[in-house]
Design a protein around this ligand. Structure first.
Ligand code: ATP
Ligand code: MG
Length: 383
């Protein structure tokens, strides 16, 4: 069994190579998770609309999107806790439509740990196995293996309330993995942890997930977490998939204004195309793009620029925008600067901290945009 080989080698130099070999052979006969055109409505209100994506065997996909966009509903559909109105869900080639939750070979971890408070750590981890009527001795062996996997060997007899948040989270993951599932679903698993602990538990989770090569879908609100943990991101908005791609592709080539602003910060500039290669912004500021746009003159659009694609120049310098320096705050070796355009549009820039003399609050500066990195979208409705 995969877990046994991993735990025996844990912490040794040969761990990685052994497990990579193990994972590769385990992945060979698996097809991962396939979600095809899944739709669901609650009392006539659409919660999921034609949601489709794939999770390759052994991959982690993060579902990302604002509150209420359908992330948990989709996860519950995959787990079998809800039967979607339409669509297909396949795990390793098997159609799950008529398979009840307990027959799906899926482990799930909920946001609030959901450990049984009156059961010890060991009893919590063994719960699913006891439900499956596994003999006691086998349960004990499997629980011991899981405890080693999440590095909680000495905590077996404790109750959940005697553990830290991070430890409880590891027990929840161990409990989901104990039944040796084909896929793991996590609904905001680290949301309740503070920043430092969250980073630590994320690292532990990545190590575990990579070692087991288990197909995983994780829901998160946290874009940084999604980018750290996932191979692929699925950004959802109002029940629909907005974009699917690697964290880098989504950050660098956001397909919509929504994705652009959801992953990282996007400064927005409302503009009108004046000729094929220039724009007029608010307060009649002109910007030469140095390349031709495919939009016709008069077209109104929203241009976006990330804070790291802005820099500060002396006021009035060629092809910069007039802006007012409002305040600056250090962010590691960078400086996060709040500025304001003449018509009041707020702008955030991220610049080197040692840029030279720092403008004083309220002073006028030039704002230079890295015009190779800006994006253009059709104008927003409120424009
Ligand atoms: N059992 C239910 N009955 C009726 N409406 C529901 C039910 N469950 C969810 N909804 C609605 O479906 C939509 C999607 O909910 P869902 O829980 O999937 O959102 P979510 O993306 O997980 O949000 P959050 O990030 O806040 O957890 C919401 O509008 C919600 O109110
Ligand atoms: Mg949710």
């Amino acid at each position: 069994m995969v877990q046994r080989q991993i735990t025996e080698n844990e912490g040794t130099a040969i761990e990685t190579s052994t497990n990579e070999a193990t994972s590769a052979s385990v992945l060979a006969n698996r097809e991962g998770l396939n979600i095809k055109k899944v739709s669901h409505a609650f009392n006539g209100v659409a919660a999921l609309q034609d949601v489709s994506f794939e999770v390759e065997a052994g991959q982690v996909v993060a579902l990302l999107g604002p509150s209420g966009c359908g992330k948990s509903t989709l996860l519950r559909g995959i787990a079998g806790l809800l039967i979607p109105d339409r669509g297909e869900i396949k795990l390793d080639g098997r159609d799950l439509r008529r398979v009840p939750a307990r027959g799906r070979s899926i482990g799930m971890v909920f946001q609030n740990y959901a450990l049984f408070p009156h059961l010890t750590v060991a009893e919590n981890i063994g719960y699913g196995l006891a439900c499956r009527r596994m003999p006691r001795a086998k349960i004990a062996t499997q629980v011991a293996e899981m405890l080693r996997l999440v590095r909680l060997e000495s905590f077996a007899k404790r109750l959940p309330r005697e553990l830290s948040g991070g430890q409880q989270q590891r027990v929840a993951v161990a409990r989901a993995l104990a039944v040796n599932p084909s896929a793991l679903l996590l609904d905001e698993p680290f949301g309740a942890l503070d920043r430092g602990l969250r980073a630590q538990v994320q690292d532990e989770f990545i190590r575990l997930q990579r070692n087991l090569g288990i197909t995983t879908v994780m829901v998160t609100h946290d874009q940084e977490e999604a980018q750290t943990v996932a191979d692929k991101l699925v950004v959802m908005n109002a029940g629909r998939v907005e974009q699917i791609g690697s964290p880098e592709v989504l950050y660098d080539q956001p397909a919509s204004l929504f994705v652009n602003g959801f992953l990282g910060h996007a400064n927005k500039f409302k503009a009108t195309v004046t000729n094929p290669s220039s724009l007029r912004l608010a307060a009649d500021q002109e910007l030469q793009l140095g390349r031709e746009l495919s939009f016709r003159p008069g077209y109104q659009l929203t241009m976006t620029a990330r804070p790291e694609h802005l820099s500060i120049a002396p006021k009035g310098e060629k092809n910069t925008l007039d802006a007012r320096w409002i305040r600056a705050a250090p962010l590691g070796h960078m400086l996060s600067v709040d500025l304001e355009l003449p018509e009041g549009t707020p702008v955030k820039a991220l610049i080197e901290r040692n840029m030279g003399p720092r403008p004083s609050p309220g002073s006028e500066v030039g704002l230079r945009l890295d015009l190779n990195s800006v994006h253009f979208y059709p104008k927003e409705n409120d424009q």
